[in-house]
Design a protein around this ligand. Structure first.
Ligand code: SF4
Length: 294
């Protein structure tokens, strides 16, 4: 079985597999650690392994490499990428900085290493409000997700300027309010537009959803984020019921990772993630500043 072959190689190579909550169920089950971007960034920082195989999209693997310059970080598919992260260039960040010289730049970890290198600090959907409120600046340039920027604006006195105003995740933007089931506790990710967030009994990052369910006595939950978050929740809480907000909410980048791809990645030691040190150094400062705050 392929799972057995992966386990054997992993042990031989002193490798660990980190999987994001949006990975296919079978990939999440084989992983050593599962989590949201913040949990995986923290985990990546403290790993005692020679190889890290990142089952997620490229900006997550880059973050793991930036925090672990001496380890080999592998991503099983070069096509595992995030459209929203790729949309914001480093030049666009510099352009906004010139326009708003007194503003702090907060970038969601869903951004490229080059863009992160231009940021004062990074954030995830789990800690965005805390990160923004920790800054001395009254104005914050926040990107690349304008929905998350509007969510943060609802929870801070500071002025939040979305960078760029049109940045959005197509997965979280794909929900139809009339199609979301209401026969359970509705948990909505803050990357969704306001009209969808307003339907939620709770608005939370994927890590926040896990904590919410753990502390709840309810039995049935509607999960309004990428559909495979349901797989993570089922793994964690087999006695509860989880229903995706919409079956079509699929992140194509995340689905490029398969068990076969993970096996080949370990066997052939590919694809190794590299970040030029000049970029990594500046991006690391922004990521570590976030880890100190949250
Ligand atoms: S779900 Fe959206 S933000 Fe997350 S990796 Fe996929 S495209 Fe990017």
């Amino acid at each position: 079985m392929i799972e057995e072959k992966i386990k054997r190689l992993k042990e031989e190579m002193n490798a660990v597999i980190l999987a994001h909550n949006y990975q296919r169920g079978e990939v999440q089950r084989i992983a050593d650690f599962r989590g949201d971007s913040l949990e995986l960034a923290r985990k990546a920082k403290n790993l005692d392994a020679e190889y890290i195989v990142f089952a997620g999209v490229d900006f997550m693997a880059e973050t793991a490499k930036i925090l672990n310059p001496d380890k080999h970080v592998l991503i099983p598919s070069r096509a595992a990428t995030c459209e929203m992260a790729n949309y914001l260039s480093a030049e666009r960040v510099r352009e906004f900085r010139r326009k708003y010289p007194d503003a702090a730049v907060v970038l969601y970890v869903n951004s490229t290493a080059e863009a992160k290198a231009e940021a004062d600090i990074t954030c995830t959907s789990a800690n965005a409000i805390k990160v923004v409120n920790s800054l001395p600046n009254d104005t914050v340039l926040f990107g690349p997700d304008s929905n998350l920027a509007s969510y943060v604006q609802e929870h801070t006195e500071k002025r939040i300027i979305p960078l760029p105003p049109e940045g959005r995740c197509y997965v979280h933007n794909s929900f139809d309010p009339d199609e979301i089931p209401r026969d359970g506790i509705v948990m909505v990710h803050p990357e969704c537009p306001k009209e969808i967030r307003d339907l939620g009994d709770v608005v939370a990052s994927t890590g926040g959803m896990v904590k919410f369910v753990r502390n709840s006595r309810e039995k049935r939950f509607i999960v309004v984020t990428e559909r495979d978050m349901v797989e993570r929740l089922k793994l964690e809480f087999p006695d509860r019921e989880f229903v995706p907000g919409w079956q079509g909410a699929t992140c194509l980048g995340m689905k490029k990772i398969t068990l076969e791809g993970i096996y080949r990645s370990l066997r052939d030691k590919k694809y190794e993630v590299m970040v030029p040190e000049e970029i990594a150094k500046r991006a690391r400062r922004a990521i570590e500043r976030m880890l100190e705050v949250s």
